[in-house]
Every structure is written in C-alpha cells, then in structure tokens.
Write a protein that binds this ligand. Structure first.
Ligand code: ADP
Length: 549
C-alpha cells in the first residue's frame, strides 16, 4: 500500500511537535491569516459598539429621536452587524466543526483498530479490567486466539508490554526462537499508529558515516545505514575525491509530489471532456483553491491527464513543504474529486491511485516528468586526484561510463538505471534518515555522465536524478535514531522560516552522495579492484562455517 496512514491525533504520537495535520476549514478561504482577520473584526465590533452607545447617550441627553441617523451612525450600524455575523459565524462554525471532526476521528479510530492495533491507548485502569495480571496467562490467551494479537496495545495500554507478550506468543505458535531480535531499548510508543503495527522487536542496522561531502560550499557528514561491506568506505573515498577537487555543486530543478487517480466514464468522449476541463489553464485557479485546502503546505502545481479508452488517469503534482507528501497530495486529490463530482456526476472514481503517479514502481513517467525532487549534481575532478585518490585515469573512467552506464544500460533496456549503483547510496541514506525505503525504486533513477574536460586533463562527472522522494517530517523521520541522522545533516524536522528547504536540502545531499558513490565504484571497476576490495571488506576473516552453525 502506498498511502501512509495519517498520524493519529493522540498525544502519544505527536513526539516531534508536528502540529496536527491541517484538515480543510472554512477559515482557509480567508484572504488574510486567521489571527489578523479575527483581530480586525474584534476591533471593529467593539469600536463601533462603543461609538454607537456614545452617540445614543448624547441623543438621549439632547432628546433627539434615536431613529434619526447620520451617515456615520448608519455606517457604524452596518459594520456592527457585519462584524457580529462574522464573529457568530466564526465561533459557530468552529463549534460545529469540533463536533464533526470528533465523530470523524472516532470513526477512523474504530476502523483502524479493526484492521490492526488501535492507535488509541486506553487508560490502564479501564483497559486492564478484564485482563489477567499474569504475563504467562496473557501469552496463553494470545496463543489460543482469545485475545487478538493486534489488540494488545489498546487492551494493555502499554506498548512495550504488548510487544513483549506478542513476541512470546509468536515464538510459541511458530515453535521457533527470535532471540537475536532485540526487544529492549526501543520506544514502542513512538511507532504506534504511524510506523509499524504488531511489533515484536526491531532490526539493528549499523550506520556508517561518509564524508565530509563538500556540496555547494558546505560540508556534510552523511549517515548511511547498510550491511553491505565496502559501501560506506567506497562512498567515503568518492567524497574525498570531490573534496580535494574543490567540492560538488547541486541544483534543484523541480519539487512536486504526484498522485494520479483513475476515473471511469461510460464513453471515451466524456473522459476526454474531463481531460480538457482539467488541463484548461482557465480552470487551474479554481482547482488550486480546492486542492490546496488539504494542507497549509500543499500547493497544486499542475495536472496532466492520460486516457485509456473511457478511463482517465489524472496526475496531480504539488509542492509539499518538508513532507515527502504522499498523504498531503492524496488529501488534495480527494478534495478535487469530490468537487468534480458535481459537474461530472457520471464520473466513477475507481481508485485514488491509478499507478500513473507512479509510486514505488519503476515507471517512465517519473523518469521523464520527475516526482518529488528533481536534481542535478556535478563536480570537476582533477586528473591528479583521479590518479592518486581514485587510482585510475580520466580516459578509462570516461570509456567505462560510456560502455557501462550508457550503452550497457541501453542494451539492458534500463528505465532510469543509467548508473553504477545509485540505489546503494539512496537506500542507505533513506534507511538512516527515516525515508520510505520502498521509494528507493524511483528515487534511484539516475543518469551518470562522465566527460574529459580541459584537454582531457580533468573529469567532469554528473548525476541527474529526476525523482528523489524525501521528507524531513512525517513517517519514520520522527523516530529517535532517524531524527538524529537528520539532525547530523542539519535538516531535522520542519523548516519554520522556509518550509520545504530542509527536504530540498536533503535531496541535494542524497544526489551529492550518489555522485561520490558513482565516482568511487566506477573507479574501482576501471582499475579492476572491485572483486579484490569486496573480498577484503565483505568477507571478514572470521570463519563463516562457524557463524553458520
Ligand atoms: P506525508 O504527506 O509525507 O505523508 P504526513 O502527512 O505524514 O506527510 O506529515 C506531514 C505533516 O507535517 C502534516 O500534517 C503537515 O501539516 C505537518 N507539517 C509541519 N510543518 C511542515 C512543513 N514545514 N512541511 C510540511 N509539512 C509540515
């Protein structure tokens, strides 16, 4: 499933002070920020009320009939009524909305607790009422199916204990041990209802540091979570080559997350009518207003349609601030679909995702149009550094790149895979920084170019990556370890001054690291060192047969 579940509104999950997701409110339609509008109407209401009372007191004193009004009194009365209506509407709508959202969130919670564990942790006293105190008895009841495993968190009101009981039950049911999988030392509250259901422990992945990566004049230490020997060492060598050559430069070309629902009509003609309507620049503003209500950060950028018979695929693209943005864009799309239903009542929404998005699948649409952040990163590596650090020559690197990354990939029918191992670096940084690892598929699309410059003395190397999908808020980014890695890069959480800057910077760091990784691996291959170094770093001197037993 490619839509992440929305963080529940429970205080247990708001661990990194992310404000609750902004559901569309009537106040979103105001041209000014809410606090300013409220301030203006409050001031207006009280000042005209004071003015009118003052005037009427004078009239009573001077025995002037109250209904004889001057122009200023008339204006004051109109202002009083207008501000009164606004204030009544504001508080009234909020009051009603609080009821609606309460019942909606209760519905959502009920559904999710049915599917997996409930994100609502009941108070211990209530939850434990009809449960045995003894762990052993609890495990037995889970094994017998009397207590559903998914309900342990909500029933016990204690996430750690729930994981412990479930773990024991799983071992007994399967008759195998998961002893090596650690249980202690992890905050199970932090994943509840957001990152992982029915936990029994956590997998440890070592994090290595490559760097300093000198990118756009700033040094970064890049955290990489991997179990592949050589990877960090090799990326580190690439970083060194870039550093001593004066650093790399990265430019962000585009930033837009996409979602493409599929809708069906009874004729292709009707599908085409909707396509023309959606792609008409005259309708863009109206559609943006509807779409942008999904979040303070979602801003519609464009709509592209593709038709297959009477089915229409509508690819919405929007900026999403510092969030990777799948939830945000999906909510915006839902708003537009609801709106379109009025003018196109014969439109049958088949699915909010129709795969023209395209999420977590290799697809030409991402490679050509981009998805998430599109970046290009380059460096000029001096011939001296190519020889001394990378142990090869400019010419052999250029030749290898042409025959491997370009021609070889073309022969293989590659889709976005015109590189040596971009996915290696992307995945390792994604895991370390709490990105969605499945999005490594399109995020690793990359074409690596190498060219001899300065009369063949130096090497110009670049990576172009059209669909890096990263965020610094939401999903796994808020967990302690992942958030520490983001902090190391200086991109933790939301950027308050310039929303979106953190996630965009992270995308450039990913591309810079890929550049380093490409340089180093290509050099190892061209120097014929690949097998030798893998035998050194991937095969420890420990006796593998002993480890196996
Ligand atoms: P995604 O859309 O990537 O799935 P989530 O919806 O899980 O992300 O998380 C994004 C949440 O973070 C939203 O509720 C959004 O309002 C909030 N948020 C706070 N600051 C920012 C920011 N600078 N950029 C984007 N989202 C932000």
């Amino acid at each position: 499933m490619d839509i992440r579940r929305r963080p529940p509104k429970s205080p247990h999950n708001n661990t990194n002070n992310i404000p609750p997701s902004a559901s569309p409110k009537a106040s979103d339609a105001l041209p000014l920020p809410l606090y300013l509008t409220n301030g203006i109407f409050f001031t207006l209401f009280f000042s005209v009320a004071y003015f009118l009372l003052h005037r009427w007191r004078d009239k009573i004193r001077n025995s002037i009939p109250l209904h004889v009004l001057t122009l200023s009194e008339l204006a004051a009365i109109i202002s009083l009524i207008a501000s009164f209506i606004y204030l009544l509407g504001f508080f009234g709508i909020d009051f009603v909305q609080s009821f609606i959202s309460k019942s909606e969130s209760e519905d959502e919670q009920e559904q999710s607790s049915f599917i997996t564990c409930s994100p609502v942790v009941l108070p211990k006293s209530v939850a434990m009422m009809d449960l045995p105190k003894d762990d052993e008895e609890l495990v037995n009841r889970v094994v017998s199916g009397e207590i559903p495993s998914y309900s342990l968190e909500s029933k016990l009101g204690d996430c750690f204990k729930a994981a412990k009981i479930r773990r024991e039950a799983v071992q007994r049911i399967m008759g195998t041990s998961i002893e090596g999988l650690p249980l202690e030392g992890f905050d199970y509250d932090s994943i509840l209802g957001q990152c992982c259901e029915m936990p029994v422990g956590y997998v440890q992945i070592p994090v290595g540091i490559a760097g300093p990566l000198l990118l756009n004049g700033i040094e970064y230490s890049v955290p990489m979570a991997t179990t592949e020997g050589c990877l960090v060492a090799s990326t580190n060598r690439g970083c060194k080559a870039i550093y001593v050559s004066g650093g790399a430069t990265c430019v962000l070309l585009k930033d837009g997350m996409t979602r493409a629902p599929v809708v069906r009509f009874s004729t292709a003609k009707r599908a085409a009518e909707l396509k023309f309507f959606l792609e008409d620049p005259l309708n863009f503003d109206a559609l943006s207003v509807i779409f942008n209500k999904s979040s303070r950060f979602a801003r519609l950028q464009g709509i592209k349609c593709a038709i297959a018979g009477k089915n229409l695929y509508i690819r919405f693209s929007c900026s999403t601030g510092d969030a990777m943005g799948m939830n945000m864009v999906s909510k915006g799309v839902q708003n537009v679909l609801d709106f379109l239903q009025t003018d196109f009542p014969d439109m049958d929404v088949i699915g909010i995702s129709g795969n023209f998005c395209s999420d977590k699948k290799p697809a030409a649409v991402n490679w050509i149009e981009g998805r998430g952040k599109s970046v290009v990163c380059e460096a000029i590596i001096t011939g001296d550094v190519v020889t001394k650090v990378l142990k090869t020559t400019v010419n052999s690197l250029v030749e290898l790149n042409m025959l491997k990354n370009l021609t070889g990939s073309a022969i293989a029918g590659a889709l976005g895979g015109f590189n040596a191992h971009a996915a290696n670096i992307v995945s390792a940084i994604f895991i370390a920084t709490g990105q969605d690892p499945a999005q490594n598929i399109e995020s690793s699309h990359c074409i690596t170019m190498m060219e001899a410059v300065n009369d063949g003395q130096n090497l110009h190397v670049s990576v172009t990556m059209p669909s890096i999908e990263v965020g610094t808020v939401g999903g796994g980014t808020q967990l302690a370890s992942q958030s520490a890695c983001l902090n190391l890069l200086g991109v933790k959480g939301a950027n308050k001054e310039s929303p979106g800057s953190n996630s965009r910077l992270l995308a450039t760091i990913v591309a810079g690291s890929v550049l380093a990784g490409e340089l180093s691996l290509m050099s190892a291959i061209s120097a014929g060192q690949l097998v030798k170094s893998h035998m050194k770093y991937n095969r420890s001197s420990r006796d593998i047969t002993k480890i196996g037993s």
